[in-house]
Design a protein around this ligand. Structure first.
Ligand SMILES: Cc1cc2nc3c(=O)[nH]c(=O)nc-3n(C[C@H](O)[C@H](O)[C@H](O)COP(=O)(O)O)c2cc1C
Length: 280
């Protein structure tokens, strides 16, 4: 798709990335409330540059390893012509947004823009089951929060709308520690060199994916992978080491035939009622 194929109009453009539907649902809610249009970030991955056409635009993404997903970093690094726009981002997260919004803000600055509105929306964890988590309640709260978020976006609010009452600056060193733990953890589970660039290392995490005898070769994993990272071969899916770690293949496999060390064993999640068609 060329950059010209992003239609020019006044409705707010909402770019999103989602592995298991949380961020997609939040993007949809925003588009309903703002009369906007949603655009999938993976659908733009072959474009050399992305020039948003609306006066304001937003980016909705899940937090991975206290940071921005690699695909979202790459997308943001292709933004152009954004200097005069109101830019907002919504981070969906299960525990803490870490430095994800800061990373995005820095990239947008380097592209000549300003990330004005930074919104955090707590959603269910999609990979790591917490001991106690009331999914219905979290989603109800998120829905209510989106009413406030959308009003703030309409008024072009500038600042950070955090998920916690208090967010301590003391947490910042922890994010750096987390970064090195992430590197170490992924290097171990994938048998890779921990000195590799973190984005490349994350791509290697699929070395921990396996498929068991329940696989019936339906090919959904290949189709649902937003990174085109899975090829269905005669013995089942093969992962190509440019994994986003989104867990779509693992969570949407109808046979629950895929296993991975990056999710809690036996825990599977997708946004309740999300239709597979929407994820494809
Ligand atoms: C690989 C991976 C890493 C994650 N890391 C974090 C994290 O550091 N902090 C956090 O709060 N949530 C983390 N999560 C949880 C997701 O951010 C959260 O569930 C998100 O809403 C999922 O969105 P999606 O359904 O649109 O993919 C992680 C999820 C995955 C799969």
């Amino acid at each position: 798709m060329s950059e010209e194929s992003i239609p020019e109009n006044d409705s707010v453009q909402i770019f999103y990335f989602s592995g298991t539907g949380n961020s997609l649902r939040i993007a949809e809610l925003l588009s309903e409330k703002l009369d906007g249009e949603i655009i999938s970030i993976p659908s733009l991955k072959d474009q050399k540059k992305v020039i948003p056409r609306s006066g304001s635009f937003g980016i909705v993404f899940p937090v991975y390893y206290a940071d921005l997903p690699v695909i979202v970093k790459r997308f943001a690094n292709k933004l152009e012509g954004i200097g005069d726009k109101y830019i907002f981002a919504v981070a969906t997260y299960g525990g803490d947004t870490g430095k994800s919004l800061k990373t995005l803000s820095e990239i947008i600055k380097s592209r000549g823009g300003k990330l004005s509105g930074m919104y955090e929306v707590h959603m269910p964890q999609n990979g790591f089951k917490k001991p106690v988590e009331n999914i219905d309640k979290i989603i109800r709260n998120a829905n209510m929060r989106m009413d406030i978020v959308s009003e703030k976006i309409k008024s072009e609010y500038s600042g950070r709308f955090i998920g916690y009452k208090i967010k301590s600056v003391l947490l910042i060193p922890l994010y750096f520690l987390l970064g090195s733990l992430t590197k170490k953890g992924i290097a171990e589970l994938s048998g890779s060199d921990k000195n590799m660039d973190i984005d490349e290392l994350i791509g290697m995490a699929d070395k921990s994916f396996t498929v068991n005898e329940k696989c019936n070769y339906c090919g959904l994993c290949e189709r649902i992978c937003p990174a085109n990272n899975i090829k269905l071969e005669k013995d089942g899916p093969v992962w190509l080491h440019k994994c986003e770690n989104c867990l779509a293949c693992y969570n949407f496999c109808p046979q629950m035939a895929i296993e991975t060390k990056i999710a809690n064993k036996g825990y599977r999640y997708k946004y309740p009622g999300i239709k597979i068609d929407k994820m494809l």
